[in-house]
Each structure stands twice: as structure tokens, then as C-alpha cells.
Write a protein that binds this ligand. Structure first.
Ligand code: PMP
Length: 379
């Protein structure tokens, strides 16, 4: 029989966790949740035990929404929805709500937008307006060459491709490209790592489990004129207008996820870098973290990153050992050095380091030191 689990004080600093998601959370958030686990603010209840319609959870919800709105500078004519179903759920929920059964343009840039396009075909005429498949998803297709249709209900893109490690550093201005359609972005894996230009976006969605909180919570930010056009077959619980009209409480929302994400929003709001705070501070840190790792990889003849430097992701950095026979040794040495979950996605292979907001610069420095030492002893 297994020994019963006991709770012990941590033996020392926690390892650095490079998981692509569910991913590392800020330690301060985990500590706070642990301290509040049995009794939230003298209520006598854990957040998991509260009615979502009660006063206590109402406070948690309102604070989380206000903090997210402030962090991402979400304009007043956008609604914030806290849903369930994850990114893949939204691949169906978005066309059910926005396509009107008509034409939708997809910009396909990697594994996640491939999946979004495929799922939407069940509900609408889902076209590929641009694709980088011929470049093995290593560079973004130039917006000037996108084949946008005149009558699209919306244009979909994934603004950070988690598996491929490719990111839009600027969102396209669809109006300037001759399209009147709203832009839908899947920002699952870089939400809150940088600002969002809402003047170019109609709807953004993302699972929380990378940069915001635990799995089970999905964030949707939607311009209010896009509500109310759902297909008849759209499930009520996934109808954005129904969700918005009921402050995300048409059915029970993922209360624990909202609470944890709310603590993360507070943590984010407290972060500063010089005169910058919140997401702007995180963006500076994320630029520095990613530069450290990319510069090291580029200077090495032992490691390789295949993505065009102009569109490399700051959040997800896939890299390869030129001698792949050393992969297992690299990973087991990394684990022993306190560097966790560096194995690449199975469809790409190699390694992947995800550097979300909760990863401090020191974690990337530790990774680079390990990589340098591994190269020295194995080259
Ligand atoms: N989109 C992106 C960009 C992702 O990174 C992921 C998860 N890795 C998904 C969608 C799918 O999200 P979920 O597993 O929450 O459905």
C-alpha cells in the first residue's frame, strides 16, 4: 500500500517549470490560495464550497473581471466572459456564434489554427485565406498576400502558436487589407504577456491554463455588436449573448478557476519594471527572457531554432539538439538540475521551453547555464 500523503514544508526553492500548459503559476498565488484554502476571508468556506450566486463569490468574480479589464485595457464596448470548454471548445463556439452559417476566413499558421479551421467546417464555409504550411509553419504569411473574401463573417487567426513557437508581434489591420470582417484571435498561450490592440480585434479567446490560472476556465473578450447572432443549433450555455446577459452565470461557472485567475490578475497588477507596471512590465520581462534564450541558441552550433526571427514566439521556444541521439540525456540532466517539462510537443519533437509570465528571468538563466554546460560536456 502507498504511504498516505502528508503535507510538508517545501524543502527548498521549487524547480523551474517550462511546461506549455497547464503551466507554472506565480508562487505567491499558490501560497495565497493555500493560505485561503479552508477559510476564504473569514467566510468559513473554501472558494470551492461557495455558491456561485452568493455574496462572497460575487465579490471574487467582480474583482477578477475588473482586474482583467484593467490589465488588458479592455474597452467598455467589449464584454468579458468566463466560460468552460477550453480553446478547442471555442473552435466550435466561435463559429456557432459568429459565422451566421456563412463564410469565414482562416489564416493558418500552425497546429492550433489548423484545428480551428477543421472544426469550423462543421458550421460554416471555412476558407483558408492564407497558410504557411509550405514553410512548415516556420514564418508568418505576409498579410499583403492574404486572400480575404469580401463577405466573411469573421477572420480567424491564432496569435501565438504554442506548438510551433510562432507569434504575431503585430495584429493585422483588416480594414487596411480591404476586409470589413471582425478579427477573431486565439490568444490562449500569450494572453497577458503583452498588450492587445483592441481596435483590430472583434473577439479574443483563450484557455487560462498557460498564463492565467488552472485548466477549466476559458476567457472570452467579445465586442458587444457581435453578440446575438448565434445559429439556432448553438447550445444555450455556449451562446455568448446568454452568457453575457447572465454575467457568465447562466450555468455554474468554473468558480475555482476564476478565483485562481483572479489572484493571478492581482499578482500581475502588482508587477513593475522601472516605470512600467502590469502587462507592460510583463512584456518587458518577456522580451528580455526570450532574447536571452534565442541569442544563446543562435550563437550555438549545438542547438537550433527553426523559426523566422521576425515572428518567433516570446512564450514558447521550440529548439533542437543537432544530435538528436542526445535528447534523453539532455532531458534527464535537466530534470536533475531542477528544470522540468522541457520535452517538445510530440508532433514537432526536440525541446520546448515555455516562458510564461510566471517564469522569472532567473529560470531562463538557469536553463541557459544548463544548456551551455551540457554542450560543453557533450559537443
Ligand atoms: N489554442 C492554443 C493556442 C493552445 O495552445 C491550446 C492548448 N495548448 C488550445 C488552443 C487548446 O486548448 P484546450 O486544451 O484548452 O482546449
Amino acid at each position: 500500500m502507498n504511504a498516505p500523503h502528508t503535507l510538508q514544508e517545501p524543502a527548498g526553492p521549487r524547480p523551474y517549470n517550462f511546461s506549455a500548459g497547464p503551466a507554472a503559476m506565480p508562487e505567491a498565488v499558490l501560497q495565497r490560495a493555500a493560505a485561503e484554502m479552508l477559510d476564504w476571508h473569514g467566510s468559513g468556506m473554501s472558494v470551492m464550497e461557495m455558491s456561485h450566486r452568493g455574496k462572497e463569490f460575487g465579490e471574487i468574480y467582480a474583482q477578477a473581471e475588473a482586474d482583467l479589464r484593467a490589465l488588458l485595457a479592455v474597452p467598455a464596448n467589449f464584454r468579458i466572459l468566463f466560460m468552460q470548454g477550453g480553446g478547442l471548445g471555442e473552435n466550435a463556439i466561435v463559429p456557432l456564434n459568429l459565422s451566421r452559417g456563412g463564410t469565414v476566413d482562416f489564416v493558418v499558421t500552425g497546429s492550433w489554427s489548423v484545428k480551428s479551421h477543421k472544426e469550423a467546417q462543421r458550421y460554416c464555409n471555412a476558407r483558408v485565406a492564407a497558410s504557411n504550411a509550405d514553410d512548415q509553419h516556420t514564418r508568418l504569411p505576409d498579410p499583403a498576400g492574404w486572400q480575404l473574401s469580401g463577405d466573411a463573417s469573421y477572420v480567424h487567426l491564432c496569435s501565438n502558436e504554442t506548438i510551433n513557437g510562432i507569434e504575431f508581434h503585430e495584429l493585422p489591420d483588416l480594414a487596411a487589407l480591404g476586409s470589413k470582417a471582425p478579427l477573431v484571435i486565439d490568444f490562449s498561450s500569450h494572453v497577458a504577456s503583452r498588450g492587445v490592440d483592441w481596435s483590430r480585434v472583434g473577439l479574443a479567446f483563450g484557455g487560462a491554463q498557460k498564463n492565467l490560472g488552472p485548466a477549466g476556465l476559458t476567457i472570452v473578450v467579445v465586442r458587444d455588436d457581435l453578440l446575438g447572432h448565434a445559429l439556432e443549433i448553438c447550445p444555450s450555455a455556449f451562446n455568448y449573448k446568454t452568457v453575457a446577459d447572465n454575467q457568465s452565470m447562466y450555468n455554474t461557472p468554473p468558480t475555482w478557476g476564476i478565483y485562481m485567475a483572479g489572484l493571478t490578475f492581482q499578482w500581475l497588477r502588482e508587477q513593475t519594471e522601472g516605470a512600467l507596471s502590469g502587462v507592460a512590465a510583463m512584456e518587458q520581462r518577456n522580451i528580455a527572457k526570450a532574447k536571452l534564450l534565442y541569442d544563446f541558441i543562435d550563437a550555438s552550433s549545438f542547438y537550433l531554432n527553426k523559426i523566422d526571427p521576425g515572428c518567433r514566439s516570446r512564450m514558447n521556444i521550440p529548439f533542437f539538439l543537432r544530435d538528436e541521439a542526445r535528447n534523453e540525456a539532455f532531458l534527464s540532466g535537466a530534470r536533475a538540475a531542477g528544470l522540468l517539462q522541457l520535452k517538445g510537443h510530440k508532433s514537432v519533437g526536440g525541446m520546448r521551453a515555455s516562458l510564461y509570465n510566471a517564469m522569472p528571468l532567473e529560470g531562463v538563466q538557469a536553463l541557459v547555464s544548463y544548456m551551455r554546460e551540457f554542450e560543453r560536456s557533450h559537443a
